[in-house]
Each structure stands twice: as C-alpha cells, then as structure tokens.
Design a protein around this ligand. Sequence first.
Ligand SMILES: [Mn+2]
Length: 377
Amino acid sequence: MRATPENTTLMVVYEDRPTDLIALKLLALSLARHCPDIHLRVVCPVATPDMERWLRRQPNVECRCGAALQSNGYDVKPTLLREALEEGRDEVWWVDSDIIFNGDFRKPLGQLDHHTFVGTQEVHWGARQGTRFRTWGHGYSIGRCLPHTINSCLLRFTKAHLNLLHDWEGTVRSERYQKVQQLPWRQRPLYMITDQDCLNALLGSSKHAHIPVHLLRRGRDIIQNGGPAGYTVGERLANVTRGGSLPAVVHMQGLKPWNFAKKRPIMKAVSYSFERLALQLSPYCQLAAQYRDAMDEPAAWFELDTAAARWLDRLTLGSPHLRGLPCALVDAAWRRVKRLKEQWCGESASIQPMSMHGAYRLESSTTRDSDSVKRAA
Ligand SMILES: [Mn+2]
C-alpha cells in the first residue's frame, strides 16, 4: 500500500553531519524491522549520491535530500515537526539519527490520547535533572516541576501541541538563543545548552503545564548510551534480573563509534583503549552488527577486534547488559570522582555545564543570584 498521511505514522529525522550518515541507515533498517508501519522522513541536506540512492531504495523511507531549511543543526526540530503536522497529520514523531530500535517503542506507552506529549528520560548523569531550573532560567512562571529532564531524542507531538511547537520554534530562533549558541557548549547556561533545554523550560511553564507528559523510562524502555555508564550499573543488573533483551530504544549519545578512529591523535593511549573497548561492547554496536549485510558499505567499527572485547564478550556469554559492565563500573567511578571534585572546588570551577548562567549572563541576572536559585530548588 502506498504510504499516505492517512494510513501511516510519520517519524522525522534530520542529519547534516557528513560524518554521521551511516547512522541513518541503521535507524531506517531497525525501524523497518521493529515498527514497519512507521514511515521515516529523512531530511538530509548533505547526503551523498550513494546515500540518497540507498535511502530511496528503502520502502519505509521518504528522502528529502538537499532540502533548503531556515534553521540548521538540532534546532530544526520544531520547524520540521510543525510542517509535518500542517500537512494534515494528527501525530508526528521526532527521532535522533543516533537511535537504533530493538522493538516497538510504543508498547509501554499504551493507548495514547490526542493530548499526550511523549519524550524520554535524560541520561542519569545529566546536569540538574528536571524542568525547574530551565523554566526559571527562561523567566517563565513555573507551572509544574517535572522530576526528569526530558531528552529530546524521541518525541511525539500532535495537533494539540501546535502552540507548544510554535513557542519552541520562536525560542530557538530568538536572538538570545542564537547568541548563546555561539559559545562553546560548556560555557552556555544550563537552560540554553541546546534546544532540548528550551523544550524542558516550556513544558514546565504555566502556559504549557496542562499538557500530559509521558516519558519512556531510562533503563527499561530506552538506554541512554552516553558513555558506558550511561547504561548504568543498576539498570544493567535490573535488566539481567528481568531476563529480557535490550529495551526497544538505544540512543548512542556523545562519542560515535563510527567516528572514533578519527579521534585517536588527540587521545592518550590508555583513555583511547578504554573508550574503544567501551564502544565496541556497547548495546548500540551489538544491535548495529545485525545489519552489517544491509548497509551496503564496509563498516567494521562494531566488530570485536580486540582481545579484551572478545574475552569480555565470551565471559558474559554475549549478554548485552553484562559485557560492558566492567567499563560502566570504571566510568561511573570516574564520574563520581569528578562530581566530588567539582563540589569541593565550587560550581565556578566546573568543567561540566552545571552552571546556571555559564559565560552568558542575562541582562536581568543580577536579581537571580545563586541564593534565589537555591530557594527555587
Ligand atoms: Mn542523539
């Protein structure tokens, strides 16, 4: 049956980094296997002719290569989603290109009503979890405080959320946001590091507090694979106890395995070996290996080509939860040490984007000193 707005669910993905095109293949292939009713719109202004040909061969993909867009980078989300809804659909999903599916992610959501917004819980290590600081930072009146920061890797919007989309689009196109984006990301204020923080701010505001929010649970429904400890030790052990396979969604945040070799010259030998081992043993690479024959290009980055990786894989009988566990333990311990050091040295010495204001201070920030932030918390 020919895909039309009436008989399919639409999911939109955008990629403008020439080095990351392979992620689109894994996304499209895994979506076709696990959610065959979903139609994937790939917006990719940098697609090579080979890539475009491959995309056009996929029955579940609609290719919009060479598209001229007003926004760029991750800020395109609200614009592309609004346009998709204005075409006549009632519902549209956003997906990050660095996601691979391992099941139908909609199962834990049950029957969704028209008003429910869907997102995912942020990685465990995300700075200052929740919407409160973000809503406050933007100067909106606080309508509710969601305890988890919403990670925008997978989002559902319906026509009931057009006002929210409109406000999000306005925020990421504002002069203030664009000015902040010129800074290195570590220097940006917490509430404007990316478009995701702006969305969190809006959903916590009085204006949008009536929207029901359903988040895919980290560890059970989605793995936020940001470093080996992104899939936390606790989540790994809980999933072993449940005896199941990996959750339906795996999000490869941060360092990408296909780009890793290029990072070598600036990395020290020990950290290089550790990062390489952790990436090879990651859930994302384990799932990616299933599609090696369908990618139509050589890709060896998911192969276990070191003795340590093969040894850990054998020792854990290839368990996707356990084979990366030693790396997760080391990574978690290292992150805890860094956090403690930051607490001792004070927030200003932090190298993580933990600061409310970063290097950019709002004109009105004099009234928003750190004491008032603590009171708001
Ligand atoms: Mn992502």
